[in-house]
Every structure is written in structure tokens, then in C-alpha cells.
Design a protein around this ligand. Structure first.
Ligand code: ATP
Length: 230
């Protein structure tokens, strides 16, 4: 069953002439992990916003994610989380009626020490820690699907590994499906079954992640892989 489906989607923002998305088709099936990669401005965030129903498509067919079974992680944890809230309240917000123990466990699952961070304000933790708090909030309700925009961008190498482990664990244990925007092809390789390569609003390559990354067909994908070696 499809959790998200975009078919031949086109998006033209009123203020710009060039389409942000041009004939884009992406499906996320139950238990499937789909990574969207491409350089800045290629349309990745627009694709997520349409998949979530936050932005409407100019044309094409869209089955949006079910908000009741979807966890969300936005691009910038510092601006997407209210700095006046405590960590424990942010995480609790992810599941109404969640207990103290559940909040502690959700923080432990992203390798944050609840004793250290629970009562801190978002303004008093690092960007990388805030990103992990956002992930704890998204996963506390054990959603079927995770939609995330650059969830590892603000974290250091170790933090990145913790997050990869958390996502992998949720996928293996309970079949978490994902639609995830990533800059880092190495992370995409570890975290996705299917990869979508975007360039200037178009999908230039789309298929099995290992196949695409080891045998890219499009020159743009080859360039991205080449650039990632540095
Ligand atoms: N609200 C908007 N109004 C007008 N143009 C927009 C709007 N949002 C995005 N765009 C344009 O659509 C194109 C795709 O933007 P989008 O944010 O989807 O790219 P992206 O791949 O997510 O980039 P990044 O990696 O920098 O987040 C860009 O040219 C951008 O300027």
C-alpha cells in the first residue's frame, strides 16, 4: 500500500516562472525508505511540502501522508522548535498523554541523556542536540512513516551515526517507512532502499539506492557522487 504518492506533479510558485517541480512522480510504500537528494534549490523541500499537503500542486495527482501516522522532522531544529519550551515538553508533544518514562525512553533512543537534557530549554542546547530532540518527538508515537528534511545536517559525525542507528533500528524493528531529504550521499546509502535524484525541479534518476549509487546513469548523478568523494 502507498503511504504517499505523487504522480506527474508540477509546481509553479506564483512569484517565479520556472517550475519548482516538473513532472515529478514518487511513491513511498509501507516499510519503504525513500531518500531525495540533489543540490540546493532542486525542489526537495517543495516535494516534501506537497507530500505532506502543506503546499498544493499546480497539477498532477497527490496522495498526501496521513497526519495521524506520520512523524515530522523539519530542516532547521533551532527555528522549528520553540526556544521557550523545555526539551521534555517538546518531546511529549509528539504523543498526547505520553508518560514521563516514555519521554525518557524517546530521548535515550536518540542517545540523549534524559537526566541532562529533560529540563533544559531548547535555547540552551546545541543545534545537533535540538535536531535529536526533534527526532525523539517525531518517533515517540511510533509512527508508520517518517518525513524528514535534512535530519542530520546540524549534527557532528557521532551525532550523525546515532541518528542513522535510531532510524535503522525503527525500520528493522517495526518497519518504519521514510521519505527523507538528504545532502549526504553516504547517509542516503545507509538509510534508503530507493533514491530519487533531483536537479532543477526534475527527477533525473530514480531507483534502487545501491544500484543508482554504484552504477549511476545520469551525468548529474555521476557529478554528485564525484563531489561526495571530497
Ligand atoms: N514559497 C516559494 N515561493 C517562490 N519560490 C519558491 C518558494 N519555495 C521554494 N521556491 C523555489 O523553488 C525552488 C525549489 O526550492 P526548494 O526549497 O524546494 O529546494 P531544495 O532542494 O529543498 O533546496 P535546499 O536544499 O536549499 O533546501 C527554488 O528555486 C526556490 O527558490
Amino acid at each position: 500500500m502507498a503511504l504517499i504518492e505523487l504522480r506527474n506533479v508540477r509546481k509553479v510558485f506564483p512569484t517565479t516562472q520556472t517550475p519548482a517541480l516538473d513532472n515529478v512522480s514518487v511513491t513511498v510504500h509501507e516499510g519503504e525508505r525513500v531518500a531525495v537528494v540533489g543540490q540546493s534549490g532542486s525542489g526537495k523541500t517543495t516535494l516534501l511540502n506537497i507530500a505532506l499537503g502543506f503546499t498544493s500542486a499546480t497539477s498532477g495527482a497527490v496522495q498526501t501522508a496521513d497526519p495521524h501516522t506520520t512523524g515530522l522532522v523539519f530542516q532547521n531544529p533551532i527555528t522549528s522548535l520553540d526556544p521557550r519550551w523545555k526539551v521534555c515538553d517538546i518531546v511529549r508533544e509528539g504523543k498526547s498523554g505520553s508518560s514521563y518514562e516514555e519521554v525518557r525512553e524517546a530521548l535515550e533512543n536518540v542517545s540523549l541523556d534524559p537526566d541532562v537534557v529533560m529540563d533544559r530549554y531548547i535555547s540552551d542546547i546545541s543545534g545537533g542536540q535540538a535536531q535529536r530532540v526533534a527526532i525523539a518527538r517525531a518517533l515517540i508515537s511510533e509512527p508508520k512513516l517518517l518525513v524528514a528534511d535534512e535530519p542530520v545536517s546540524a549534527v557532528d559525525v557521532l551525532g550523525k551515526q546515532y541518528i542513522i542507528d535510531t532510524f535503522q533500528h525503527a525500520h528493522e524493528e517495526r518497519g518504519l517507512a521514510m521519505l527523507i531529504v538528504l545532502h549526504d550521499l553516504g547517509v542516503a546509502q545507509k538509510l534508503s532502499d530507493t533514491i530519487v535524484v533531483m536537479h532543477e525541479g526534475k527527477i533525473v534518476e530514480h531507483g534502487d539506492t545501491q544500484q543508482v549509487l554504484t552504477h549511476p546513469e545520469h551525468s548529474y548523478t555521476k557529478k554528485l557522487i564525484e563531489a561526495a568523494r571530497w
